[in-house]
Design a protein around this ligand. Structure first.
Ligand code: NZQ
Ligand code: ZN
Length: 385
């Protein structure tokens, strides 16, 4: 295990009827901006509950943070918050609203052009407004981490940033608020959380025994409950387990002291930015092809994954590895998520475009060994056709 520091200050408030606790969680004299996506929180009553809990506080609303939040939209909120001198942000939504709120929190006090936050991957953030979240979609883990991914529409650039100043102060996780999610978003959430775990687990052995077992527990939980959550859309316990698994897949614990990959995500971000494919769907396309192509450098962990997660004990090493990758693909397909570029009407021309964007964004040495060059990324995408 390598040396590490672990810090996670986000308070989690989990369970039904917890939105009322906003009254204790948000400072009494706060001047609040509530950040929202499209219509879902308004339609399903979550926004009304939030407003009731905030009581007499001064509350403003910003609507319209889109999936894959755009810099262009978020800057409108930044201007409003600066003009009204608001001092507390509350994100009500999924990963896009929470990520957008993290950017806004850092951009409001930022001196200079806030897009520079992205080009510096967050390293130049000096301060940020305090914020909390009410999570409505289990998937990204954004509710308990200090990362966000923002898209500049004008240039089709989707970049991540990280900074400890953008940890949420608190996140309210009420699984019953996810009952209104369409099937497609539930499937996306399961697959996104699964791939987050894989990116931090399926690398090379580092003797992180706790991290490995913890990751394997999350993967097995997602494999077990994924199809059931689709089949029983009103089952509270399934929703609760999905929500807690997705949060823990990316709150820093399983990645501490072990190598991390993230190449699937970086290639996937380009597919979303260029072709508007849902984040999780890009991961389902890239991951199986990537595991196949990189199976030599991931050999030991692939065998461990085959053994402990999929219980594949028969056949040669190569056969067990191939079977584990096939099981992974089958799992995504069983969740209703297609795993080939052609399923999204993309062909070789799309690969050229993705490679050009990876080059433009400096994504030329990805993966736990920095050996995913542009050539390897091209091979991965070609294998995914
Ligand atoms: O916009 P509304 O109307 O609210 O509808 C949303 C949206 O259309 C809907 N939705 C959310 N909660 C709902 C609901 N519909 C009905 N009932 C509810 N309770 O779901 C749609 C998708 O929402 P979105 O927030 O975009 O989804 P998700 O949570 O999957 O977030 C994806 C974004 O997170 C980023 C992705 O790149 C993408 O931009 N990621 C953030 C990460 C992080 N911060 O750590 C890590 C991830 O790898 C990921 O990259
Ligand atoms: Zn993700």
């Amino acid at each position: 295990m390598t040396n590490f520091e672990f810090f996670n200050p986000t308070k989690i408030v989990f369970g039904t009827n917890t939105i009322a606790q906003l009254d204790q969680l948000v400072p009494a004299n706060a001047r609040v901006m509530v950040l929202l996506g499209g219509e879902s929180a308004r339609k399903n009553g979550t926004l009304a509950e939030v407003k009731a809990a905030l009581g007499a506080r001064e509350v403003h609303e910003f609507n319209g943070i889109e999936p894959n939040p755009s810099y262009e939209t978020l800057m409108q909120a930044v201007e409003m918050i600066r003009a009204e001198k608001l001092d507390f942000l509350l994100a009500v939504g999924g990963g896009s609203v929470i990520d957008g709120t993290k950017f806004i929190a850092a951009a409001v006090p930022f001196v200079g052009e806030p897009w520079d936050i992205l080009t510096h991957f967050g390293g130049n953030i000096q301060s940020a407004l305090p914020f909390g979240t009410v999570l409505t979609l289990p998937a990204t883990g954004s509710e308990m981490n200090h990362g966000a991914v923002i898209t500049q529409k004008a240039t089709q650039t989707k970049l991540p940033f990280m900074n400890p100043l953008v940890f949420p102060q608190f996140s309210i996780l009420d699984p019953s608020k996810t009952f209104t999610l369409p099937e497609r978003q539930i499937a996306n959430g399961v697959v996104d959380a699964f791939v987050h775990t894989i990116e931090q687990y399926l690398t090379y052995p580092a003797n992180g025994m706790v991290q490995d077992r913890y990751a394997e527990g999350l993967l097995q939980t997602l494999i077990e409950i994924g199809p059931k959550v689709l089949a029983k859309p009103q089952d509270y316990d399934l929703r609760a387990n999905l929500m807690w698994a997705a949060t823990q897949a990316l709150n820093g614990l399983i990645g501490a002291g072990v190598p991390q990959d993230w190449s699937t995500h970086m290639i996937g971000h380009e597919l979303t930015a260029l072709f508007d494919i849902d984040h999780a769907r890009t991961l389902a396309v890239v991951l199986p092809a990537s595991l196949m192509l990189r199976s030599e450098s991931k050999r030991e962990k692939l065998l461990q994954y085959a053994d402990r997660v999929w219980h594949l004990h028969h056949g040669s090493e190569d056969e067990r590895i191939a079977a584990a990758i096939e099981k992974t693909r089958d799992f995504f397909e069983a969740m209703g998520i297609k795993t080939k570029l052609s399923d999204y009407d993309l062909g070789p021309a799309a690969i050229d475009a993705v490679i050009a964007q990876l080059a433009a964004h400096g994504m030329t040495q990805l993966g736990e060994r920095q050996d995913v060059t542009l050539e390897i990324s091209r091979d991965i995408l070609t294998a995914a056709l």
